[in-house]
Design a protein around this ligand. Structure first.
Ligand code: ADP
Ligand code: MG
Length: 222
């Protein structure tokens, strides 16, 4: 599902270098990514999602070489195939919760916002316990509520790949379990693949595999 080869990346400014010689995640796999703050976990997720493009090397998702697509096609590919739960949520403050959740459907022709999609949006929000906040502006939500809205938005199009960047970081233990259950259930129901950054040692046992980000740095040091 994810295949990275000889990837090199750096930002326009700063010292940070990311080097990933080889990285593969197979379909239906649930992989956790751990590693210290600043080690490049969010950067890697952005490269897999095609939000960033590598300086050299290739990134493929579901047999599509994302890193070779032009900007418009990369964006469409991402919206239709990848559910990204951003570390900082990236909700639109001027939209209410429901409009945020269905937003991907409004920005690509590849998804159709029909009655069934709307109904699923409402039902996802209810399962996430924000069903009573559908008409509230994103700006007026707690951190945990924002996070749950961001998860609903990522799951709604039934993406083949779910990228979750510390998606349970702002949640209390009870909500954390509910949301993790829903994430895993969605992944299993739709034969999706999950790559999740987490700092939560307790959650690691639920994943098939844990990638320690330190592994990508060894080569730098060598
Ligand atoms: P993590 O998610 O593991 O905490 P990040 O991927 O966010 O790490 O960041 C990796 C490194 O890249 C950090 O040193 C960070 O300061 C740097 N970085 C992040 N975004 C930018 C940017 N836009 N420009 C330059 N450096 C950046
Ligand atoms: Mg991060």
């Amino acid at each position: 599902m994810i295949s990275i080869h000889s990837l090199e990346f750096h930002y326009r400014y700063g010292e940070f270098r990311l080097s990933v010689p080889e990285f593969r995640v197979t379909q239906c796999e649930k992989v956790a990514v751990i590693g210290p703050s600043g080690s490049g976990k969010t950067t890697l997720l952005n490269l897999i999602a095609g939000i960033f493009t590598p300086v050299s090397g290739t990134v493929s998702v579901d047999n599509t070489e994302v890193s070779a697509l032009n900007d418009a096609r990369r964006r469409d590919f991402r919206i239709t195939n990848i559910g990204f739960v951003f570390q900082d949520f990236e909700l639109l403050d001027y939209l209410n919760v429901l409009d945020n959740v269905v937003h991907p459907y409004r920005i690509t022709r590849a998804l159709t916002l029909d009655r069934s999609a709307r109904e699923r949006a409402v039902s996802l929000a209810e399962r996430m316990d924000i069903g009573d906040k559908l008409t509230r502006f994103a700006d007026d939500l707690s951190q945990g509520e924002k996070q749950r809205a961001a998860i609903c938005r990522a799951l709604l199009p039934h993406p083949k790949l779910i990228l979750a960047d510390e998606a349970t970081g702002n949640l209390d233990p009870e909500n954390k379990t509910v949301i993790l259950d829903l994430l895993f259930q969605t992944v299993e129901e739709h034969d999706a693949t999950l790559l999740a950054v987490t700092h939560d040692q307790e959650l690691l046992k639920r994943f098939d595999r844990v990638i320690d980000f330190q592994d990508f740095r060894h080569r730098d040091a060598a």
